[in-house]
Design a protein around this ligand. Sequence first.
Ligand code: GLA
Length: 349
Amino acid sequence: MSFQEIFGHEPAVVRSAPGRVNLLGEHTDYNGGFVLPTAIPQETTVALSVSEDGLDHIYSADLQERQDLPRDGEPQGFAKYVQGSVRVLADRASIPNLNIYVSSNVPMGAGLSSSAALEVAVIRAVNELLGLGLSGVDIALLAQKAEHQYAGVMCGIMDQMASSVASTREMLLLDTLTLERTLVALPEGYEVLVMDSGAKRRLAESGYNTRRAECEKACEMLGISSLREATLSDVDRLPEPFSKRARHVITENARVQEALSATAARFGQLMNDSHASMRDDYEASHPQVDQLVNLLQQHEDVLGARITGAGWGGCCVALVKAGTAKQVSQDVLSTFNAQGGEGRLVVPE
Ligand code: GLA
């Protein structure tokens, strides 16, 4: 059903925001490190109008689910992200009750930041409706606050920044300590391939917060404020699992730095190394994702491949020779799915 069919009138504003895929720099963003995501073509779209009956009305076209509740009500599921993103704006302005219609083709729970896309789209739409004058960075920071306060995931800033300010054509090099950012060209002659392994990320939320706590503990033991300041020799002074976790973060930051001036071949190798580090040191991979990544890495048109996003399942990203992505995906899926996998191509659409 359309906005008009649900609410009986046309929306006052419509705004969208994309999901993202991270090429390199995983689990570095809450450690003051560097990340290198791009936006993906899939987007979440939010349509809005003012509600006059004292309630927010939130409708998801994909879930075909509606929640009607006061601003201080108890939203469930997807509506937590939606109403959370409205509530964080209360510090900036008085926000009227709203009719909110959400639709999306960003895969959910696959490591492509469907939640950041939703938060950024809601805040963009309210920003437009009320003329709040928020910048792209303001929007990202508010979206992160919504995720922390209303979804309970203590995420870093990568996803919301990528959704708010990245493009699909270049990589966004972001220093998460200063929020300094630059757009960087993809290795020439290569394109981004994203595949969903179909392995559900069941442990992602608890695993994520545990890893974050482990990194904080490692800093505490080293007497530093973020792992950005740590060196590999510090790692030897830490007990396990803190030593492995810190090693991943330190080597991952070094890989992003090196990638910026690397040849295409070296860039691919850095992606492969990043996968091994996520699997072995950060222990945030999944056997089925490892299998899909292996198949990709063995393909002659693939420069490099790795798990992407928080991990514990979900998607992998590869750089492949320009124009070969669909063929590579078909080749790899014919083996992966024959062995019981439920993989599928996500990017290119
Ligand atoms: C999730 C979080 C991000 C980031 C990645 C891992 O996507 O939301 O902030 O930490 O995991 O790199």
